[in-house]
Design a protein around this ligand. Structure first.
Ligand SMILES: Cc1cc2nc3c(=O)[nH]c(=O)nc-3n(C[C@H](O)[C@H](O)[C@H](O)COP(=O)(O)OP(=O)(O)OC[C@H]3O[C@@H](n4cnc5c(N)ncnc54)[C@H](O)[C@@H]3O)c2cc1C
Length: 327
């Protein structure tokens, strides 16, 4: 691992300035992703700006929304009474990720901004456009079992690994960030990018922007929910495919739906058309199977991940059935 400077500012402004002043500085929160990347030689920041002294841990309910600080730990959020009462989907998704020990270190902001687990991104001996722009994508003709079926480009077919972000994509979340130009709010679904010609850019954040809070509005679809993750092992493994499903129903008719998939694209994959198609339909397996067909429109697999074309619609139906209470 390369040598690096380490600072621990106590003021937000100083943390942001430290990043703006040094183009090769990086924020560090729990460190569970960044330190791995440094040890593997994938990134080599000259300066680590430890943000753990900033007051960004609070979890509160105000203005009909849950507000969660970027430094709240994944385990604290998953166990928090407000979160369990107001947004059980978030707690389910958090508990499906990583392991107890990791969740005790990992923060909300770090979870959102964790990098892909594409094996070619991690293997510095091989080309990867995300790690080294212009070098090529080894996964295209490589072992692409974990890779995308939606929204990829010929430059990158990696997927976003976060479970929690799939739930956030479904829940109409807004992220509050602060940067050199001041504060702004970003819709969660606009935070992560598709790869296009610049797969090295995971998000729409600009240099020096710090995630402060995650805001989840109270909604009618917050209680009939289910996060379903399929993975190679029962725990401590990233999703092959996952689904976050949230429904509101009245007299067995769907009045609102929110759906997102994980493990299928470079960003958490919100299924807006599928959501619309569910409204006004009766709660039934047939309704959910029709929805799954809509969800899979445009999906295209590579040599080793064609199984996702069957797995994804199947778990979408199962997640919806469980959310609706007819599993
Ligand atoms: C063995 C293993 C298994 C795992 N399994 C899963 C899994 O199944 N599902 C899953 O979802 N995750 C899994 N993870 C990933 C884990 O959830 C992430 O490593 C963790 O959430 C990252 O949080 P952190 O606070 O440690 O981030 P850090 O490593 O500190 O930071 C990650 C990135 O976020 C940036 N950053 C952090 N906070 C902020 C902020 N507030 N504003 C701006 N930038 C910020 C950092 O600069 C860095 O680029 C696994 C990790 C490991 C090591």
């Amino acid at each position: 691992m390369n040598q690096f400077q380490y600072v621990q500012p106590t003021k937000q402004k100083a943390a942001i300035e430290a990043l703006v002043k040094n183009a090769n500085a990086q924020f560090i929160a729990g460190g569970t992703n960044l330190l791995d990347l440094m040890k593997h030689g994938i990134v080599a920041p000259e300066k680590l700006v430890d943000i753990n002294k900033l007051p960004l841990k609070k979890i509160s309910h105000e203005n009909s929304s849950l507000r969660i600080g970027a430094l709240a730990l994944n385990s604290e959020v998953a166990d928090n009474k407000l979160v369990l009462a107001k947004q059980p989907l978030l707690a389910q998704a958090l508990n499906a990720g990583a392991s107890g020990q990791l969740r005790n270190m990992a923060t909300m902001g770090g979870n959102i901004l964790q990098r892909t687990r594409c094996p070619y991104f991690y293997d510095i001996a091989l080309p990867c456009n995300k790690r080294e722009p212009g070098s090529g994508c080894s996964a295209l003709a490589g072992f692409n079992r974990m890779h995308a079926i939606f929204g990829y480009s010929d430059k990158c077919i990696a997927v976003h690994p976060s479970d929690m972000s799939v739930a956030l994509a479904a829940l109409d979340v807004t992220v509050v960030v602060a940067g050199p130009q001041g504060e702004r709010q970003i819709l969660f679904t606009d935070l992560h990018r598709l790869p296009g010609d610049q797969p090295e850019k995971d998000t729409t954040l600009t240099r020096g922007e710090l995630i402060l809070d995650i805001i989840i509005p109270d909604t009618p679809f917050a209680q009939q929910v289910h996060y379903l993750k399929v993975r190679d092992r029962a725990s401590y493994a990233f999703a092959l495919v996952s689904v976050a499903a949230a429904l509101a129903t009245q007299n067995n008719i769907i009045t609102a739906a929110r759906l997102a998939m994980g493990g299928v694209a470079h960003k958490p994959w919100r299924l807006s058309e599928t959501e619309k198609s569910l409204v006004g339909k009766p709660v039934s397996e047939k309704t959910f199977q029709e929805a799954a067909e809509i969800a899979m429109r445009g999906a295209q697999a590579f040599t080793h991940n064609a199984y996702k074309l069957k797995l994804a619609p199947n778990i979408l139906v199962e997640a919806l059935k469980t959310a609706a209470g007819i599993a």
